[in-house]
Design a protein around this ligand. Structure first.
Ligand code: NDP
Length: 293
């Protein structure tokens, strides 16, 4: 038996289509067009690729993109001044500052400067706090995507033993909060965790957000478990070419799991789709319109 492959590409395309439908309705009925401002500092090839695909998705969703490219040498004060301008601009519903930032800029200071109502990345301390309090919040995109994918194959996560490997502020911690909100029993593992394979073997739902190529082996996976692989790791492939693999040894895990996300084509596409959803939700909230679920 092999696992069900959770097709993130198709699920993300459906979500983006739903967002586009809601955006058209928001325009028609309320005269509101959501706008996403993306701020990119310096020249990081990977960041530039992300920013381009975000802008494309914004346009496809019928929203207004505004890209702000700043030089590598920009001062923290200049970046904060731009954020202040974007906070005050009514046409901007969401603000995203692409990380990492150059060393002269404190990322926490920048995140804290974004109006929490426009914090579509969900990284502002107000949104982080609201999520942990179980209050409505703008929730980080990759974690939201993980939960949506898991619920595609198992609509109620209540009572499941969930293991999150990784405790970053961007993925591990918020995914754990979301799982708690879904009434799963949550364990969070990290680099100091003892006997990770044994812990993993108990998990009905395993979310790997580690950044270590194929660390999770097939014999770590509980038979029938749902495996969500967040990792994006570039490794040497055939003929001197590189290829992308996840944090889970897919070929092994697919023979044991009940359902599994591939890399690429699993969690990755969901991140941008959830960003579109967050931008729509932010625009609705800023205009007193009931947001779609
Ligand atoms: P971080 O490096 O910030 O965090 C990695 C976490 O994994 C840390 O908590 C670390 O533990 C833990 N860890 C590292 N090694 C081990 C180990 N041997 N055993 C157990 N735990 C370990 O990474 P991110 O959370 O930002 O990203 C994780 C992965 O997800 C990366 O591959 C990244 O590229 C990918 N990613 C994918 C996205 C997508 O859209 N699909 C979006 C964001 C990230 P400790 O805290 O103790 O150091």
């Amino acid at each position: 038996m092999t696992a069900t492959i959770i097709d993130g590409k198709t699920i993300a395309a459906e979500l983006r289509g739903k967002v586009a439908f809601e955006v058209a309705q928001l325009k028609r009925e309320h005269g509101v067009t959501p706008g996403l401002a993306v701020v990119l500092v310096g020249q990081n090839a990977a960041s530039e690729v992300y920013v381009r695909s975000k802008s494309k998705a914004v346009v496809e969703a019928g929203m207004t993109p505004s890209d702000h490219k700043l030089p590598e040498t920009v001062s923290e004060a200049e970046l904060l001044a731009l954020i202040d301008k974007l906070n005050k601009n009514k046409a901007v519903s969401g603000i995203l500052v692409q990380l990492p930032l150059p060393p002269q800029i404190d990322p926490q200071k920048v995140i804290a400067a974004i109006d929490p109502a426009k914090d579509v990345d969900g990284f502002h301390p107000v949104n982080v706090g609201r999520l942990s309090l179980g209050l409505p919040a703008l929730v980080p995109c990759t974690p939201s995507g993980c939960i949506m994918l898991a619920k595609m194959v198992w609509p109620s996560l209540a009572g499941l033993d969930a293991l999150v490997i990784g405790r970053s502020n961007i993925v591990g911690k918020p995914v754990a909060q979301l799982l708690l909100a879904e009434n799963a029993t949550v364990t969070v593992a990290h680099s100091k965790t003892k006997d990770l394979p044994a812990l993993a073997r108990r998990a009905d739902l395993l979310i790997a957000a580690i950044g270590k190529a194929e660390l999770v082996r097939g014999d770590w996976v509980k038979p029938g478990a749902i495996v969500i692989d967040v990792g994006i790791n570039r490794v040497a492939g055939d003929g001197g070419k590189s290829r992308i693999v996840g944090d889970v040894a897919f070929d092994e895990a697919v023979k044991v799991a009940g359902a599994i996300t591939p890399v690429p084509g699993g969690v990755g596409p969901m991140t941008i789709a959830c960003l579109m959803l967050n931008t729509l939700r932010a625009a609705c909230a800023q205009n007193g319109v009931k947001a779609p679920r």
